[in-house]
Ligand binder design. Structure first.
Ligand code: FAM
Length: 434
């Protein structure tokens, strides 16, 4: 059975569960909304539903029920590679089943047919000032492709039928995803490599081809695969996933929705944190004259940062309460491939020194490192030293999860999002603060 047939079968099987919940349990209370939760950005309110991934505070992310080590072990890998095919990971996210080699082959072939970047996208990028932020270029490139949306054309034709919406969304997603490595690599080489470009290789997979078009040798192909898989999804409430879902809930197509999600990812509190880590480390390196600090010296740098009112970048998390497994996956890779890298030595030292200090503060809910504490270090090692570009890498990965979500959103007929707002007066009244 092909991926689309399997997806349809899964959607059909799932629909009655949602219909039953909606019809028979509509009034059941699931969570409380407190004043804190409202003011703290709807923090923690259970108000979204997704089966693509789930974030357990103590275990970290599970993709379709599989932990990161399980995903890395169970998914098929290209010959000689350490990291799995991104194609296979997308199959898992979309269908919920581990792919066979044949399933991966199907996604590979389908994506290869659809990967070419339209000339008008290249023209759009070229028309932008060269110092435009790469995330702006990335979002603009995606938005430009909206003219080719099959979902939007179908809707405009007057044929729209809620039961078939997933099909057109799926077709758009399959058109969009394979173009993203080409778009990202094009932006990178246009901005930072003198507008010289390396054509896509028809024989290379999503991650391998990205490394090839970036112009970076092995094992950067595995870095790309790992990076895209690790960043693919973090359940639905984070800014990029939630924005994509929200915009799509208005029946906007994937180009509008995912471009909007990328604008959210571009924010310093979301996709930009990884470059803050590198900036912090390099600031310390300058002060140390390039030497690796002792444990005591590193402790002092951490305290100086905290005493000056700043946070230690790369540590803490809104939901997680242990070391991020996405951090651990990158740490394992670094221990194997770049144990002597000076930046890795700093990252490693921070891993030992920072958590006990944050614990001493007493207020930090999670003193452990998050994914961003590691990502920049590996990119820097393999020569991607333009900080601004790191969020584009995150964005290519994030596409895998958010697009799988949107196909399912349409499959299950989720409605337009429309929470209710109240005024401050009303909140004071409701809180008994008047
Ligand atoms: N260094 C110093 N103080 C920290 C801290 C850190 N790494 N993490 C949390 N705190 C403080 C926090 O500022 C707050 O202090 P105040 O009460 O004085 O405001 C207190 O501890 C309680 O915060 P929390 O409940 O533990 O964390 P939040 O849920 O409010 O915030 C983070 C979560 C991630 C924003 C926060 O831990 C932080 O600022 N970390 C450093 C920046 C970072 O690494 N961001 C990347 C997050 C990443 F996972 C992502 O989303 N891309």
């Amino acid at each position: 059975m092909g991926i689309k047939e399997k997806l349809y079968e899964k959607i059909q099987a799932h629909r009655p569960r949602i219909t039953r919940l909606y019809k028979e349990f509509a009034d059941k209370v699931i969570d409380d909304v407190t004043v804190y939760k409202i003011i703290a950005g709807m923090r923690g309110i259970k108000a979204l539903i997704t089966d693509i991934s789930y974030l357990d505070p103590y275990e970290g992310i599970r993709f379709r029920g599989y932990t990161i080590p399980e995903v890395m072990e169970k998914l098929p890998k290209p010959e000689g590679a350490e990291m799995p095919y991104v194609e296979g990971h997308f199959y898992l996210l979309l269908t919920g089943d581990l792919p066979t080699e044949k399933d991966v082959e199907e996604v590979f072939t389908e994506w290869k047919k659809r990967e070419q970047l339209p000339q008008y996208v290249i023209d759009t990028l070229k028309a932008m000032p060269r110092d435009t932020h790469p995330m702006t270029m990335f979002a603009a490139g995606i938005l430009a492709m909206q003219r080719d949306s099959k979902f939007a054309k179908w809707y405009a034709s007057g044929q729209f039928n809620k039961m078939d919406a997933w099909d057109y969304m799926y077709e758009d997603v399959m058109d969009l995803l394979p173009k993203l490595p080409l778009l990202g690599a094009y932006i990178y080489r246009m901005k930072y490599k003198g507008d010289t470009h390396i054509p896509s290789d028809p024989n290379l997979d999503f991650g391998g081809n990205f490394a090839h078009m970036m112009g970076i040798d092995k094992p950067y192909d595995d870095v790309a695969r790992m990076y895209f898989i690790l960043h693919s999804d973090h359940e639905s409430g984070n800014v990029s996933a939630h924005t994509t879902h929200l915009v799509a809930s208005a029946l906007s197509d994937i180009y509008y929705s995912y471009a909007a999600g990328m604008c959210g990812l571009a924010g310093p509190l979301h996709g930009l944190a990884n470059q803050e880590v590198l900036r912090w480390i390099q600031g310390v390196m300058d002060k140390m004259g390039g030497k690796i600090p002792t444990k005591e010296e590193m402790e002092k740098f951490i305290w100086d940062t905290l005493n000056s009112g700043q946070v230690v970048p790369g540590f803490g998390h809104a939901v997680l309460r242990k070391t991020d497994p996405r951090y651990m996956a990158q740490r394992e890779f670094a221990l194997k491939h770049l144990p002597d890298d000076p930046i890795f030595k700093y990252v490693d030292l921070m891993f030992q020194v920072v958590p006990p200090i944050l614990q001493q503060l007493g207020k930090v809910k999670n003193p452990w490192p998050n994914v961003d504490a590691h990502s920049g270090c590996i990119q820097w090692h393999y020569g991607v030293r333009e900080y601004d570009f790191y969020t584009v890498l995150f964005g290519i990965g994030r596409a895998l999860g958010v697009t799988a979500n949107i196909v399912w959103d349409r499959g299950l007929g989720y409605q337009i999002e429309r929470p209710k707002s109240i005024t401050t007066d009303m909140l004071e009244e409701l809180a008994g603060a008047k």
